[in-house]
Design a protein around this ligand. Structure first.
Ligand SMILES: NC(=O)C1=CN([C@@H]2O[C@H](COP(=O)(O)OP(=O)(O)OC[C@H]3O[C@@H](n4cnc5c(N)ncnc54)[C@H](OP(=O)(O)O)[C@@H]3O)[C@@H](O)[C@H]2O)C=CC1
Ligand SMILES: CC(C)(CO)C(=O)C(=O)O
Length: 337
């Protein structure tokens, strides 16, 4: 099958290599300098899925319509990346590999004749450099669209993906996106402090903020009448119970997530953007929780502060020490909560 991947970063490089290893013909789009380096050296994968090296066609934009396309950019870049390729893509199936709530809708608006799906993945992939990816956690991915049961087209593409890497068909994909949003509360504190996800979880005061941000996300989802989809052992029922627990008890959720992630340091995709001096997609993660809270007529102060702190670090390019982060949250407690 001819498969295209738009965006040669951590997940784009990973999935291109895994599809190539499964026997598909791959084309990847990348910007310079990555384009030249990948053309010269291919893509090299290490870590959780074993070592692999693949040769792929590399383009600035697509030059022919593939049988399947994966959009693997950060959320803020997706619309432009799809628009650049829309003429060839519209009418062919597209899978948006993205955190946040909006990816599939944006793709479907730009590609009205395509069948658009979303892929949520619990894999952690580290971008070492152009064409170099290390998987720090191998885990499952979930394919779907809309609110209902997985339809026949979803099941068809799930089987194609599953031959290359473990993939399930998600029931109630929109609800599963919300559950992944809870998981993605793991991203902000590493981006603010420069610490790995595991180091944040191991630090009791930071773990408390992390837990509060997760509880706030579930509470906002509940206020928006969301039914959380099942993902990695979490369900609508378990998350609703979690949202009402005292923080001290709620901490078992991030602790369990850390245990599943394993010992290899995971920076999270948001800290990786900071380290590459890129803008982050924080407005689509914690920022999305703040917007959803506003739509429900509520506030989400923990997520609002985390979003603001990530933006501060994007600008200052200096990480905050855990004590500085705690001081900012203490101020929040003293003033507006
Ligand atoms: N990394 C991870 O472990 C995980 C990531 N995710 C999610 O997956 C999505 C992708 O993340 P990730 O792979 O980490 O992101 P990366 O930043 O590593 O990769 C995105 C790539 O897209 C490229 N890009 C941006 N715009 C275009 C364009 N118009 N045309 C071609 N390429 C473009 C960027 O190129 P350039 O470098 O030139 O800017 C970059 O290399 C995000 O939503 C993330 O949250 C989800 C689970 C795990
Ligand atoms: C699941 C997790 C936290 C894996 O790193 C992720 O989605 C990300 O980094 O964006």
């Amino acid at each position: 099958m001819r498969i295209a991947v738009i965006g040669a970063g951590a997940l784009g490089g990973l999935f291109a290599t895994l599809f190539a290893r499964a026997g598909h013909d791959l084309t990847i789009t990348a910007r310079e300098v990555a384009r030249s380096l990948i053309r010269e050296n291919g893509i090299r994968l290490t870590g959780g899925y074993g070592d692999a090296q693949c040769r792929v066609l590399v383009r600035e934009i697509l030059t022919e319509t593939p049988d399947l396309t994966l959009i693997c950019t950060k959320a803020q870049d997706a619309a432009a990346a799809i628009a650049e390729n829309a003429e060839l893509l519209d009418g062919s199936p597209v899978i948006v590999v993205q955190n946040g709530l909006d990816g599939v809708r944006i793709a479907q608006d730009l590609l009205p004749n395509s069948e658009c799906f979303g892929l949520l993945t619990l894999i952690a992939a580290h971008y070492i450099g152009p064409g170099r990816v290390r998987v720090t956690t191998a885990a499952s991915s979930y394919l779907g669209r809309g609110n209902g049961k997985a339809d026949a087209a979803t099941q068809h593409w799930q089987a194609v993906l599953d031959e290359a890497f473990p993939t399930f068909a998600a029931e109630d994909f929109v609800g599963a996106q919300w559950t992944k949003l809870v998981v993605n509360m793991l991203n902000a504190l590493p981006a603010i402090t420069g610490l790995s996800v595991q180091a944040i979880i191991a630090d009791a005061p930071l773990r408390r903020i992390l837990t509060e941000s997760m509880q706030e996300t579930v509470q906002v989802g509940m206020a928006r009448h969301v039914t959380f989809g099942s993902l990695q052992g979490m369900s609508d029922r378990s998350l609703r119970v979690f949202a009402r627990l005292p923080v001290a008890l709620g901490q078992t959720l991030p602790l369990r997530m850390g245990a599943k992630m394993g010992p290899v340091a995971n920076l999270g995709s948001t800290l990786q953007s900071i380290k590459r001096a890129h803008l982050t997609e924080i407005d689509h993660l914690n920022g999305a929780v703040v917007r959803q809270a506003e739509l429900a007529g509520r506030r989400a102060p923990v997520n609002a502060l985390l979003t603001a702190l990530v933006h501060e670090v994007e600008i200052s390019r200096e990480f905050l020490k855990p004590a500085q982060v705690m001081a900012r949250f203490d101020q929040l407690t003293a003033t507006s909560r």
